[in-house]
Design a protein around this ligand. Sequence first.
Ligand code: KG4
Ligand code: ZN
Length: 325
Amino acid sequence: MNILGIETSCDETAAAIVKDGRYVLSHVVASSLKEHQKYGGIIPEIASRRQMELIQLVVEEALSKSSLTLSDVDALAVTSSPGLIGSLLVGLSYARALSYATGKPLVEVNHIHAHLYANFLEFLANDKASEKKVGKRPTLPAVGLVVSGGHTSLYYLKNFSSLSLLGQTRDDAAGEAFDKVARILNLGYPGGPVIDRLAQTKRNTRLKFPVSELSNSFDFSFSGVKTAVLYHHRQHHQEKDFSAAEVAAAFQHNVVSALVEKSIQACLAKKVKTLLVGGGVAANSALRQSLVEEGRVKGINVFFPPLTLCLDNAAMSAGLGFHLR
Ligand code: KG4
Ligand code: ZN
């Protein structure tokens, strides 16, 4: 069964074709990120206007890259929440109109659940080797950690129609904290990839920012570390030995430690051996390394999507749609 997925929850306009809920035949993502960079964050009005212009082209490209036509598509899946309302409306209206015009069924999917579903997707052998995901396949039940620009949540997943929330951030999302810290350090937007790269140049820093404990809870809090970075920067940035790389490394260490600790604790508490990670921050190299290492110690198999499927994409919506149709 071929499902055409459509995703427009933030600044991306994305379409993909996924076969049988697993094989990505094509996936196209057009981003308007460059147009938002000078503002240091996503401007919803700019995002939805670009999505209006791009949606038809992106869907056509996804079809042509998969060598299928619309008549080979069996069903449609679209992200219906959460996200920017103007952006969601573009994808949702397009998908509803297409479903009505073609008589093909339409499934509406949750964007956060879709981020976790990205772990079940595979590229076919003729795709770029770097995008091929081989090895063990995840099984359910599992604990799911979603870390994106808008969300930081831990779930218990029995199956994809039954997810229960174990904990979430009480203030900033992890990705949002990366973006805000990058802004303080004048590193541009989005902050995650640049902090990730910079932190790699300063592995052993003695600088430490306070950790939000929130014991007896699977909740997170990242506004404290962000504010600590702000005060540290204000106080020290004109000093000769001030190092943005050192701040980036200490901040990243703080966030990654909290994510690793709570996720592993959740797996142990729920007695599951599978941890699924998803969302833009799942691309973070320190988080990937630390979770895999800690998982190995505790006997937990940790799964991350291929890098291109960590960020917003429509393949994850199409894949999840297969199971919810
Ligand atoms: O999932 P996503 O594409 O969009 C949302 O649904 O929010 O995530 C975007 C977020 C941004 O905050 C970005 O800074 C962060 O993911 N991000 C990273 C990395 N790559 C992207 N954060 C840390 N390390 C990275 N390598
Ligand atoms: Zn997302």
